[in-house]
Design a protein around this ligand. Structure first.
Ligand SMILES: NC(=O)c1ccc[n+]([C@@H]2O[C@H](COP(=O)([O-])OP(=O)(O)OC[C@H]3O[C@@H](n4cnc5c(N)ncnc54)[C@H](OP(=O)(O)O)[C@@H]3O)[C@@H](O)[C@H]2O)c1
Length: 314
């Protein structure tokens, strides 16, 4: 007899997750697969998707800078989740303009031509403020999506705890390396968990009421990068060697990089905007459309426990 669960698995909507190797895309893929969904997971190097492939995702090679891979990746796809970016690591070729701009817009046009039923585009908090190179690129792609002739939803999350606390601060701290800060790192920021953003991606992808809407996503915590490092120091029981890049140096580097290195320029531009506006507004979470419940301290504590059990096993 046919198993109804496996029947559902092969007959539900097919999702193409672009950026499936990333913090958000991998979590979206996990959630979709855990719910019995069908996922085509995209990466420039599908070997990075081995764990997701083992769970049932169909891997596909997709380089947003190359138009030739778009049509095969989109074949039979119902929902596209666009969770890629070209901000880090800073690159001369893989820039926000090339990836989040031109590459994303080409994929959106190809999705419209292929009859995709929803594109969920992951943008950035307050993209409509257009205060940075990155926000301007994201906003231009949002506008393109609004007119592309394919049903859409835009999500604008604040910074991810997993990237900005664990990867940027926690990993160097754990490895005994200097922990880099742009400026003093004392500006209060809103932090959201990539897990909470992933649940919202999966939810809006199925929700007819989310079609044609832009949602600002925020977390519950407002703390500075220094506060986040203090949580990590306590959790790991070690003191960081902080490396502060002074603001005048950052400004000079931003000016020089404008012509020489667009990837570095976009990153410094973002860092200097954070400093110039003194962090995120205090009422950020109240003004958000969606507020994730996960706390920075809980993500840090779970990560530190995991790190300690790995060290004990090694
Ligand atoms: N991290 C944050 O704090 C944050 C905050 C707000 C919004 N967002 C947005 O959330 C989304 C996901 O971010 P994330 O932090 O999860 O990303 P991430 O972990 O840094 O991963 C970036 C992803 O982009 C893909 N990618 C980069 N260049 C590509 C290209 N040329 N062609 C195809 N794929 C490419 C990478 O895939 P491969 O390397 O495997 O090809 C990777 O999966 C992005 O849209 C980002 O702008 C992130």
């Amino acid at each position: 007899m046919d198993d109804p669960a496996s029947e559902a698995k092969t007959s539900g909507p097919l999702h193409l997750v672009v950026g499936a190797s990333g913090a958000l895309g991998s979590r979206v893929t996990h959630r979709l697969l855990a719910g019995g969904g069908r996922v085509r997971a995209a990466s420039r190097d599908p070997a990075r998707l081995a764990a997701l492939t083992a769970l049932g995702a169909e891997p596909v090679r997709l380089e947003l800078l190359e138009p030739s891979g778009l049509a095969p990746a989109l074949e039979g796809v119902d929902v596209v989740v666009l969770a890629s970016h070209g901000l880090v690591p800073p690159s001369r070729r893989n820039t926000p303009a090339a990836v989040d701009g031109e590459g994303a817009r080409r994929l959106i046009d190809a999705a419209a031509a292929a009859g995709v039923r929803r594109v969920v585009f992951v943008s950035v908090a307050d993209a409509d403020r257009e205060a940075t190179v990155f926000a301007r690129v994201k906003r231009a792609t949002e506008r393109h999506l609004e007119r592309a002739g394919v049903p859409w939803t835009v999500l604008r999350p604040s910074i991810f705890i997993e990237n900005h606390a664990l990867a940027l601060l926690g990993e160097p701290l754990r490895a005994g390396k200097p922990v880099p800060f742009f400026g003093s790192g004392s500006e209060p920021l809103n932090w959201i968990s990539a897990d909470d953003v992933a649940s919202e991606v999966v939810r809006v992808a199925q929700d007819p009421e989310a079609e044609g809407s832009v949602r600002e996503l925020r977390g519950v915590d407002r703390l500075s990068r220094r506060d986040a490092l203090a949580l990590l120091e306590r959790a790991l029981g070690r003191t960081a060697r902080r490396q502060h890049l002074p603001v005048p140096v950052l400004r000079a580097a931003r000016a020089v990089s404008a012509a020489l290195h667009p990837g570095v320029h976009a990153l410094l531009d973002l860092a200097l905007d954070e400093i110039a506006r003194g962090g995120d507004p205090a009422d950020e979470a109240e003004r958000a459309d969606v507020v994730g419940a996960t706390r920075v301290a809980d993500v840090v504590a779970a990560w530190a426990r995991h790190a300690a059990s790995g060290a004990a096993a090694a």
